[in-house]
Design a protein around this ligand. Structure first.
Ligand SMILES: NC(=O)c1ccc[n+]([C@@H]2O[C@H](COP(=O)([O-])OP(=O)(O)OC[C@H]3O[C@@H](n4cnc5c(N)ncnc54)[C@H](OP(=O)(O)O)[C@@H]3O)[C@@H](O)[C@H]2O)c1
Length: 321
């Protein structure tokens, strides 16, 4: 039997990387093997993946030497950073640089870098339509990823630049799901006006990445954008109503109101939603669900995802009527 190509997966115990691990271990004849990178090789998720046939390797993206070792002997790597763990674009860029350099040192033949747009190409810092954040960013968690692309090209790493979309899982884990208003209505609050928001099940990001690895060299040096479905707030609210069996209404708040919600990162996300509204044609145009389904035939649309996950969404406070 031909030797399987090892994919070293950063963030393997998390959302994006975890989807890729599961895609690989559930396709034993696919020609790939999963190497799980984790800071906690004895953790429950690592142990579960080991049982499913994955290799477990200790690594910390903040320790370049551990990354270099973890990438050694692999065919490829999936690289992702963790903005919401520290809120620092500079740290995110340092981590991306360390991954690119480790990939180069290991001679990897295909890296997928989970990136996003540097929004300053559309909204320069001199553009006052939205505030400049942390001194030189418009959407820090996007800009730092986009700015980091050059670390991979500069190092000459064979890279696919993967542009992801808003996880619908944010409706579960980021507290963005429908909430009860003072007058008892269930409101889906998003600052998207009447524009479409490309969304995806986080699990499908890893499955799309697997589809990219399976296509060999086709997407090396290319940018690939993915989404499960591009929907307006009103369309998502209608799907919530249908699947939950409770009336959910869309509450399209202004970007400035959202920026002032006060939770950590609200300003970053307010700017992000404004970017997605102001450049809807580009942003949705780049992200085709049909193309994404070609990479990942199991791709879920919003309704399918919601039907599978509705019990995890905390809407117990539903209006009594
Ligand atoms: N939420 C969204 O809608 C959305 C959409 C597009 C892009 N993104 C981006 O997705 C990125 C996060 O990816 P994710 O959601 O897959 O992450 P996640 O689910 O939060 O997973 C994080 C995993 O990464 C590992 N990790 C964290 N810090 C690490 C470090 N220093 N070294 C090694 N591993 C580390 C942890 O594993 P161990 O504890 O096992 O080490 C953890 O399980 C963010 O940068 C965010 O901007 C998010």
């Amino acid at each position: 039997m031909a030797e399987r190509k090892v994919i070293a997966i950063v963030g393997a115990t998390g959302a994006q990387g975890g989807g890729l691990v599961r895609a690989i271990v559930t396709d034993p004849s696919g020609g790939f093997a999963a190497r799980v990178l984790t800071r906690d090789p004895n953790g429950a998720k690592a142990k579960e993946f080991a049982k499913q046939g994955a290799e477990i390797v200790a690594a910390d993206v903040d320790n370049p030497e551990s990354l270099r070792k973890a990438f050694e002997g692999a065919y490829g790597a999936f690289c992702v950073t963790f903005f919401w763990a520290h809120f620092s674009p500079e740290k995110e860029m340092a981590e991306a640089k360390a991954m690119a350099e480790a990939a180069k040192a290991a001679g990897l033949r295909h890296v997928i870098w989970s990136t996003l747009e540097d929004t300053r190409k559309w909204v320069p810092v001199t553009d006052n339509r939205m505030p400049t954040l942390q001194g030189k960013y418009k959407v820090p968690h996007f800009d730092a990823k986009g700015e980091s692309n050059h670390f991979f090209t500069d190092a000459g790493v064979p890279t696919t630049f993967l542009l992801t979309s808003f996880y619908w899982d944010n409706f579960i884990s980021f507290g963005m799901g429908p909430k009860k208003s003072p007058d008892g209505k269930l409101l889906l609050t998003l600052p998207m006006a009447d524009k479409k928001l490309p969304g995806i099940a986080a699990e499908d990001i890893g499955r799309c990445a697997y589809g990219i690895f399976k296509r060999g060299n086709e997407f090396i040096g290319k940018t690939v954008a993915i989404s499960g479905e591009n929907l307006t707030g009103a369309q998502m609210a209608a799907t919530f109503s249908e699947v939950l069996g409770k009336d959910v209404q869309y509450n399209g708040v202004p970007h400035q109101v959202y920026r002032e919600f006060g939770f950590p990162g609200a300003d970053d996300l307010g700017n992000m939603f404004q970017f997605k509204c102001d450049f809807e044609d580009y942003f949705c145009g780049a992200r085709s669900p049909e193309f994404s389904r070609g990479l990942n035939p199991q791709l879920q649309n919003f309704k399918t995802w919601l039907q599978r996950n509705k019990n995890a969404i905390a809407v117990e406070e539903a209006a009594a009527g």
